[in-house]
Design a binder for this molecule. Structure first.
Ligand SMILES: Cc1cc2nc3c(=O)[nH]c(=O)nc-3n(C[C@H](O)[C@H](O)[C@H](O)COP(=O)(O)OP(=O)(O)OC[C@H]3O[C@@H](n4cnc5c(N)ncnc54)[C@H](O)[C@@H]3O)c2cc1C
Length: 405
């Protein structure tokens, strides 16, 4: 579209900030509404995959983000008894590819700084609550009842617990998983953890992960510790004596002793639950859902922020190339279906093998995963999945450009 559109963006997280930047740079009049009054760079460690790196490079933010992260070359999963289940190397698909362990706040900080400097209007402390039609346009109503707009296009990017899915008939599912993770950001001054995302699993009830996370926004080297737990067992973990909790982690990951020694109180462990959101399509006539609001999933494959970034880029491309908003949004859903569909399906299928009450699935996993890891075609499919580039199936890949190429 050549004309300058009036666009409202609800939520200034990964998807909303990236979409606002792309659309404002394309000459549209963008207004961003974020319900947090003073957003801060907080959060756990996340993995930036080649897809996310590609989009950040398109935004001109790649170096600012990646230089604060830790290069990750492989994923390693073993059982509590030390049996290797999985070793996936990015290099098995391409020597160009790698992941980046990152403090979520670094990604947020870079995007938010860019939003602040961009030619758009940013409304902090405004919580989007509802949408009203005004002909072809849409008006955003906030929690106080104030109206904003009208907008030719409304981008909903308010995260996994989106307020806006209730009002649409395109939501097929928005369920909370019974399982989530407790996490802790530790310092790693001796760089004990590097190059790999290390996970230990025992049955389907125990999963401990250590992700080198580069520098936190305050500049110190960090590693993120994840501990899988059922949502209804969080209080029981918090009641554990800290020495017992530390001993439990060290038993599964002896190398983590110096790291978990930094946890002084179980109250320092922060809980994140997961959602599983499925929509039949991600748009209506003038409204589109991006990121977790559209397709929240368990972080088993480490893709959520990368998918959110990719959504933003594809939306901006569709708006640029299609003649009208409804056509742009139809093109958007079409363009995203295969990529998002694959990761939703695989995540939903895999999660119970790692976090569930079905112990039998853990036995199957321990039996078959090492075999699959050794069969080149399966190994390659798993690495392609890890890279975030499987476009419907592992044999069709998104054309990702790695920065510097
Ligand atoms: C434990 C855990 C580990 C994870 N690990 C990874 C990983 O390794 N790799 C990865 O890629 N992803 C990972 N993720 C997922 C990733 O964090 C999310 O997928 C990603 O942040 C989604 O971005 P988003 O912009 O859709 O939502 P968010 O980042 O949640 O942003 C939503 C924004 O909307 C705002 N908002 C909410 N409601 C309103 C409202 N009503 N009005 C206005 N603003 C509103 C919020 O304040 C927020 O700023 C992980 C998630 C969890 C929980």
């Amino acid at each position: 579209m050549r004309e300058s559109l009036s666009i409202g963006v609800v939520g200034c997280g990964t998807a909303g900030a990236a979409a606002a930047l792309f659309l404002a740079r394309a000459g549209h009049r963008v207004a961003v509404f974020e319900h947090v009054e003073d957003p801060r760079p907080v959060g756990a460690g996340i993995m930036l995959q080649p897809t996310g790196q590609d989009v950040l490079a398109r935004l001109g933010l790649h170096d600012a983000v990646v230089s604060r992260g830790e290069r990750i070359d492989r994923l390693s999963v073993q059982t509590g008894s030390g049996k290797r289940l999985l070793a996936l190397s990015y290099a098995d698909v391409s020597p160009r590819f790698f992941g980046v362990g990152l403090h979520r706040g670094v990604l947020f900080g870079a995007l938010f700084d860019a939003v602040r400097k961009a030619d758009l209007s940013l409304h902090l402390g405004v919580s989007g609550e509802n949408i009203r039609r005004a002909g072809k346009q849409r008006i955003l109503i906030d929690k106080q009842g104030n109206e904003h707009g009208p907008f030719d296009l409304l981008v909903i990017a308010d995260g996994a617990k989106s307020r806006f899915r209730d009002d649409t008939n395109i939501t097929l599912r928005a369920d909370a998983y019974p399982w989530g993770a407790l996490w802790f950001m530790a310092e790693d001054p001796d760089h004990l953890f590097k190059e790999e995302l290390f996970q230990v699993v025992e049955g389907t009830g125990k999963l401990i992960g250590l992700l080198p996370t580069g520098q936190c926004p305050q500049g110190r080297r960090r590693v993120s510790v994840f501990y899988s737990v059922r949502g209804d067992a969080v209080d029981a973990v918090r009641r554990m004596k800290i020495a017992d909790f530390r001993a439990e982690l060290v038993r599964y990951a002896p190398k983590s002793e110096a790291i978990v020694g930094q946890i002084e109180d179980t109250a320092q462990l922060l809980y994140s639950g997961y959602m599983d959101v499925v929509m039949s399509h991600w748009h209506t006539r003038a409204v589109v859902h991006l990121g977790d609001s559209a397709h929240a999933m368990s972080p088993q494959l480490g893709q959520g922020a990368n998918l959110a970034l990719y959504d933003a880029w594809v939306l901006a491309e569709c708006v640029a190339t299609q003649p009208s908003v409804p056509q742009a949004l139809e093109a958007y859903t079409r363009a995203r279906r295969a990529h998002l569909g694959y990761y939703q399906l695989v995540t939903r299928g895999l999660t119970p093998f790692f976090q569930s009450d079905h112990t039998g699935l853990g036995l199957l996993r321990d039996l078959f995963m090492p075999i699959m890891n050794r069969v080149p075609a399966f190994n390659r499919a798993m690495v392609i999945g890890m890279c975030g580039i499987a476009d419907g199936h592992p044999w069709k890949q998104l054309p990702v450009t790695m920065p510097g190429e």
